[in-house]
Design a binder for this molecule. Structure first.
Ligand code: JA8
Length: 246
């Protein structure tokens, strides 16, 4: 997969040189390129923002540097790739979910546009639709100072799903949201720690009972912490023990 990120703070993306994503880049599983938006300005001061039409506080990101940067990315497509997906982190975007991470992990070419200030001139989003599949995406209902933190999270969530990135693909199967539920609690040695014991079923060696306990814990936790995830969930399909919990 090829990923391009456009930002006025390239150093903000340095953590993507570390750990699993960094190794994926070294192994050639992920071709990630970070571009400084100011490299696409033409004035002496490398200006990327200006005052908003209609008044109001703050500044808006100028359209031309963005069009220059995004045109360069769209014109440099990996072999066989169609229109890249342009993800624009925004509090006004569709919700980023594990399902969307899986969907985007299937793409050959992703681009991320990191807005700052009050955002990017809206005409850039409109212009980009001729060159990209444009997806404004939100991490949640809160406002950051820019898109970079959101890109770090999304690139990690997407990158870890690429074949060969995580050592044991099995570990992707039983994690929160992989099956629409929150993950079950996990324990390791010692079996008693500060007078707290590991649930006995996990020491029983009875794999059927362990699987049933884990499934029950998933539903219990989800009902307690994220009941919204259970909306529309067909309770009739639950094992009887789980049904009593909902
Ligand atoms: N939650 C989010 N807040 C922001 C703020 C700016 Br400025 C740019 C992108 C995002 S995503």
């Amino acid at each position: 997969m090829r990923i391009d990120v456009v930002t006025i703070f390239p150093e903000y993306l340095a953590p993507l040189e570390l750990s699993l994503i960094g190794k994926a880049r070294q192994d050639g599983l992920l071709d990630l390129r970070v571009h400084d938006l100011r490299a696409f300005t033409t004035d002496r001061h490398r200006t990327v923002d200006d005052t908003p039409y209609g008044g109001g506080a703050g500044m808006v990101m100028k359209p031309e540097p963005w069009a220059q940067a995004l045109a360069a990315i769209a014109g440099d497509r990996p072999e066989g790739a169609g229109k890249p997906v342009l993800i624009v982190p925004s509090p006004a975007g569709e919700r980023f979910t594990q399902a969307l991470a899986y969907e985007l992990a299937e793409e050959k070419h992703l681009a991320f546009a990191c807005g700052r200030y009050e955002g990017i001139d809206e005409r850039v989003i409109d212009w980009s639709r001729d060159h990209f599949d444009v997806r404004p995406v939100s991490l949640g209902d809160y406002v950051l100072n820019g898109g970079e933190v959101a890109v770090l999270a999304m690139v990690e969530a997407i990158g870890r799903l690429l074949p060969g990135v995580v050592g044991n693909p099995e570990s992707l199967v039983e994690e929160s949201h992989s099956d629409g539920l929150l993950e079950y609690p996990v324990y390791t040695k010692p079996s008693v720690w500060r007078d707290r014991e590991v649930p006995a079923v996990l020491l029983s060696g009875n794999h059927g009972r362990i699987a049933q306990w884990r499934r029950h814990e998933q539903f219990r936790r989800t009902a307690q912490r994220r009941p919204d995830l259970l909306e529309g969930f067909d309770a009739g399909k639950l094992p009887r023990a789980d049904r009593t919990e909902l």
